[in-house]
Design a protein around this ligand. Structure first.
Ligand code: ATP
Ligand code: LTN
Length: 328
């Protein structure tokens, strides 16, 4: 039996933080042998908010370098940059014509990002979920490994696939999200009531590229309560978040961790957690730097990835055009 297809992507905008790593990348690596994988650097999503062209290019390379450094093997998995495969924007247009404006107005990410009420958000930001649906549907994707915040977008992709299939005959596979039980929503260090986010200030996240000193400083300053007992208690959001990060980086069980920290205080936990994160991120950072110094190698990986992706995507697009009655 052929393997299920898994597709996911990260925007090359700003830093990549441990929320992205634990919520998305780590589960991509874990599922690598189980699925046929496609991992995209979604640069066209990044430009839905203003980007500095030079940084965008550098961040696109860095995101690809992170995929490789984290252990994605480009021999098996396809790694590519979204804008290098034109079928994504073409299918997005077609899907726009079967998407209801009401569906996009209900997207919580769009509502959050336009909370200030000003009307200068780009049409691209509004249409973001449709482009994401195109990404997913082009590849016969069955599974989309993402963090909790993307669930609603994957739900839209499902609905659009079903609607298109009903209208024009079976064309798309119906994708489903895979969201980890633990790590699906790493919270901000300075505000554990909200998800860790690169759009928040630097005290909110640990970037995969932060130095040991910065990591230590950010963890020591992380918001906790005034309790003393170290326990996995979701009601104590700050502590719970730190313990979750500890668990995901150490691979230990809740019981083992609670036992280890019996009669130890918060500062102990924070010190050990900082050491653990530094321990895990240092080798990753060395690999990221290696790839960043070898852009030709990155170019090769991305070029061959785009070629493989394009082959699958253009086939799907061709079928879509035929079904719609567009003259080939
Ligand atoms: P922003 O919060 O600024 O919108 P982001 O960090 O969510 O950006 P993406 O690069 O689009 O940006 O996210 C990539 C992946 O990381 C997605 O699968 C997303 O669900 C996951 N992710 C993002 N933040 C978290 C988090 N705090 N916890 C777990 N997963 C996360
Ligand atoms: N919107 C996603 C990034 C993304 C994506 C995708 C994820 C764009 N296209 C396709 C999975 C599948 C985010 O993480 N913010």
């Amino acid at each position: 039996m052929s393997k299920k297809v898994a597709f996911s992507g990260i925007q090359p905008s700003g830093v990549i933080h441990i929320g992205n790593y634990l919520g998305a990348i780590q589960q991509w690596v874990d599922g690598q042998d189980k699925y046929a994988n496609i991992f995209c650097v979604v640069d066209l999503h990044a430009i839905t908010v203003p980007q500095d062209p030079k940084s965008l290019k550098e961040n696109t390379y860095r995101t690809a370098a992170i995929y490789l450094a984290a252990g994605i093997n480009p021999k098996n998995s396809i790694i590519f940059v979204q804008s290098q495969v034109p079928a994504h924007t073409e299918l997005a247009w077609v899907l726009n014509t079967v998407t209801h404006t009401g569906e996009l107005l209900r997207m919580t990410q769009f509502k959050d990002k336009t909370k200030t009420g000003s009307d200068n958000a780009s049409v691209g930001l509004f249409d973001y979920p449709v482009l994401m649906a195109a990404d997913i549907l082009l590849y016969g994707t069955n599974l989309v490994p993402v963090g909790e915040d993307q669930k609603q977008h994957v739900e839209l992709a499902r609905n659009l696939a079903q609607r298109f299939n009903n209208r024009f005959g079976k064309t798309f596979a119906i994708p489903e999200p895979i969201i980890r039980k633990s790590g699906a929503r790493i919270m901000g260090l300075d505000d554990p009531s909200k998800k860790m986010s690169k759009s928040a200030g630097p005290a909110n996240y640990i970037a995969l590229t932060d130095s040991p000193e910065i990591i230590r400083k950010k963890i020591m300053r992380a918001t906790t309560d005034s309790g003393t007992v170290i326990k996995f208690d979701p009601k104590r959001a700050g502590l719970y978040n730190l313990l979750t990060i500890y668990q995901l980086f150490s691979g230990k069980t809740e019981a083992q961790i609670e036992k280890h920290f019996i009669r130890k205080g918060y500062s102990n936990l924070k010190r050990e957690l900082a050491d653990l994160i530094i321990d895990k991120l240092t080798p990753l950072q060395k690999k990221i730097e290696y790839y960043m110094k070898n852009k030709r190698l990155l170019d090769q990986v991305l070029k061959s990835g785009a070629k493989r992706a394009d082959k699958i995507a253009s086939q799907t697009l061709k079928e879509v055009k035929q079904k719609l009655g567009l003259v080939a």
